[in-house]
Design a protein around this ligand. Sequence first.
Ligand code: PEP
Ligand code: MN
Length: 342
Amino acid sequence: MLIVMQSHATEEQIRNVCARIESLGLKAHPIPGSLRTAIGITGNKGAVDLAVLETLPGVVECIPVSKPYKLVSRDAKEEDTILRIPAPAGDLVIGGDKIALIAGPCAVESEAQIMAVAEPLAKAGVKLFRGGAFKPRTSPYSFQGHGEAGLKILAKVRERFGMAIITEAIDNESLDLVEKYADVIQIGARNMQNFSLLKRAGRARKPVMLKRGMSATLDEFLMAAEYILSEGNYQVMLCERGVRTFADHSRNTLDLSIIPAVKQRSHLPILADPSHGTGLRRNVLPLSRAAIAAGADGLMIEVHHDPGQALSDGIQSILPGEFVQLAEEVRQIAAVLRRTVN
Ligand code: PEP
Ligand code: MN
């Protein structure tokens, strides 16, 4: 259910409607828009007579939302959600006419490795640096990440180069730590339907990047995001990272068609990860171009200064110099779409 407020409704009227919703044992989610505020209602398990809400001052109408996802839907909020990630060297804006480039190695391997990658990326204008400290690996014998020690190395990157940090949380325990050290919390493909982790991310005070599960449908993807918003965290961006198909020429199939499909249904920004989406260094550039052309709000790219020695995902990691070329091409494609890379 969605309550649409009048365009001139006062703060007090909005607060009053929220209080009435909460008094019915439901949760109210005020969603401010440029024209009007809508208030999403969640938590209604059975039929609750909400007609009374329509009589409150400032309310235009109550609209039943038939889609399984409510808060992430364009019905709840017509305009694009635009995220602002604060960074000492300058804030990063994601969504609207702004395109974001996120780059860094797959994993935090050592301080020397991280600094060797971070320095040229900071020079290339990257504002959000990635690197996994908790690695969800297929094999228990593969490098699992350095945990909190890795997060401390990432925090040094912010201090030294002014970039914000995004890193993955793999369970509720690591999310506590990631929330403490990082600027953006990443939920990986393997955890897209880890509902307790999604709820915990929804209670976090930092923005979340939710990656698409490798066999998730569009609805499942949006429902996973709904979990986060339903707990009160509206700072969510999505990321297409490739799905499993019969194709065996690449690690995954980057499903670019989900980008316009998400944009039609949801106000949340959606980025693309052509590194995991292709699994091959030489395909990262062409799929990056294509993702931006398809309307992606940004890219997440794995970069390593010495990919041959990488402890994870070396074959899909590009060199810092290659990233500079990629960023330049993306800027030019963005300009055609009247968007800017920041
Ligand atoms: C990653 O970004 O390092 C990662 C593990 O990605 P995904 O969850 O998409 O596999
Ligand atoms: Mn990786």
